[in-house]
Write a protein that binds this ligand. Structure first.
Ligand code: KET
Length: 398
């Protein structure tokens, strides 16, 4: 009966994690998936999350279904974080926000909504982008194309080409953007460049879809949301998918949000209703545990401040690892340029290593990078960084 069902080739990121765990090399280092590990290679449980968990556990309360849109406190937490606490757009009731199953769920619900209400729209993602962007939008029946973004040979953003490409898109086409910590390149637009891109988006009446999965890991919570807030200030309609997987270290709880900024409160109400309908028809309502954690941390001033501090601690450790990796590589291969490592933001470094070099890192050293040459810097620590740097030197020196 299922003989015609194709085998699944596996996911390029999640498949590599399985391979890593099956590897018997005692020195192996996982620099594949975008997960932050602490200085001891452990997945951290944030202190603010521990406090929230204690509040949830004592006393243990019944678990009714949540509303389709999730907990109000979760939704408000997303809004304040993305748009700023006192943002006029929030006071005007122009943002429709639902809690979602991670950033992935937000993207999918947004894509389903777009497919239903803007059936002619195509979606354009950066070349390269997080691979699942393409699968999620195509899975919703949307045609996906890509806009020029990164010049691998010169480790720079192809800004002029990007702008020129976007200028030719059709009304209501979707442009998927990474407001901070671009995945996989780590190379972000400057504020000046954002202003220009958003101006073209406005002129062409395109739909910006901002996917923010690393807020707080770039510069700071507010600066990382620059593109989102600027688009709002310019009066654009905006879709924002946000993830708490990384910045709350709550990967398995699947917490995120989808916000749609609308021209009026009435439109926001309509959109909110249709987002609820999409949710109802896919998974009905989100799970409650992670939602309660988000609600508690985002809406308790003390815990919120503690959280921000903890995110900046993760951010700073990643930045320190970038500096260290760069200095070790420069010392050993002085004729090569490693400036790109500290010019990139967030968890990832796009190393530009070729497929053979990536394969050798894996087979000879147990060092796992994604096949597109992306390295998760958040997997480095003082104990493994010299080993990784030396392995890189070995594959780079030929
Ligand atoms: N957007 C981006 C840009 C992103 O990098 C991820 C996850 C997500 C959305 C999904 O977020 P979540 O809340 O987990 O649904 N990226 C890492 C993990 C993965 O591939 O699933 C990664 O790139 O390694």
């Amino acid at each position: 009966m299922f003989k015609d069902v194709d085998y699944y080739a596996g996911d390029p990121i999640l498949g590599l994690v399985d391979k890593f765990f099956a590897d018997s090399n005692p020195n192996k280092v996982n620099l594949s998936i975008g997960i932050y590990y602490d200085k001891d290679s452990k997945l951290p449980v944030l202190e603010c999350v521990k406090t929230a968990e204690q509040r949830i556990a004592d006393p243990i309360t019944p678990r009714p279904y949540l509303p389709m849109a999730g907990l109000l406190g979760h939704r408000l937490g997303c809004q304040n974080l993305l748009f700023g606490k006192d943002a006029p757009v929030l006071q005007q009731g122009r943002v429709a926000t639902i809690a979602t199953i991670g950033g992935s769920g937000a993207l999918r619900v947004g894509a389903e909504f777009i497919h239903r209400w803007f059936p002619k729209s195509k979606c354009y993602v950066s070349d390269p982008t997080w691979g699942n962007h393409i699968a999620i939008f195509e899975g919703s029946g949307i045609e996906v194309g890509s806009y020029p973004y990164y010049d691998k040979a010169n480790s720079r953003i192809k800004f002029d080409e990007m702008l020129e490409f976007i200028e030719k898109l059709n009304k209501h086409d979707v442009v998927l953007l990474h407001p901070c910590c671009h995945n996989p390149t780590g190379m972000d637009l400057t504020r000046e460049q954002w202003d220009k891109v958003l101006e073209v988006i406005k002129q062409r009446e395109l739909i910006p879809f901002m996917d923010i999965a690393y807020q707080g890991f770039g510069e700071d919570m507010d600066s990382d949301a620059y593109a989102i807030r600027k688009a709002v200030d310019m009066g654009l309609p905006v879709f924002v998918s946000n993830s708490f997987s990384k910045n709350l270290s709550l990967y398995g709880e699947r917490v995120g949000g989808l916000s749609v900024v609308c021209p009026s409160a009435d439109e926001a109400e309509r959109v909110f209703g249709q987002l609820n309908f999409v949710v109802r028809s896919i998974y009905s309502s989100p799970p409650s545990h992670g939602g309660h954690v988000v609600d508690i941390v985002m809406n308790d001033d003390k815990l919120y401040q503690q959280w921000v501090g903890e995110v900046y601690g993760m951010r700073d450790r990643i930045k320190a690892m970038r500096l260290k990796l760069k200095s070790v590589l420069e010392a050993k291969l002085p004729e090569q340029n490693f400036d790109y490592i500290t010019r990139q933001n967030g968890m990832f470094s796009f190393t530009g290593l070729n497929p053979e070099q990536i394969e050798r890192l894996q087979s000879d050293f147990g060092v796992y990078l994604i096949s597109n040459s992306r390295m998760c810097i958040a997997g480095l620590n003082v104990d493994n960084i010299d080993y990784v740097a030396n392995a890189m030197v070995e594959v780079l020196k030929e």
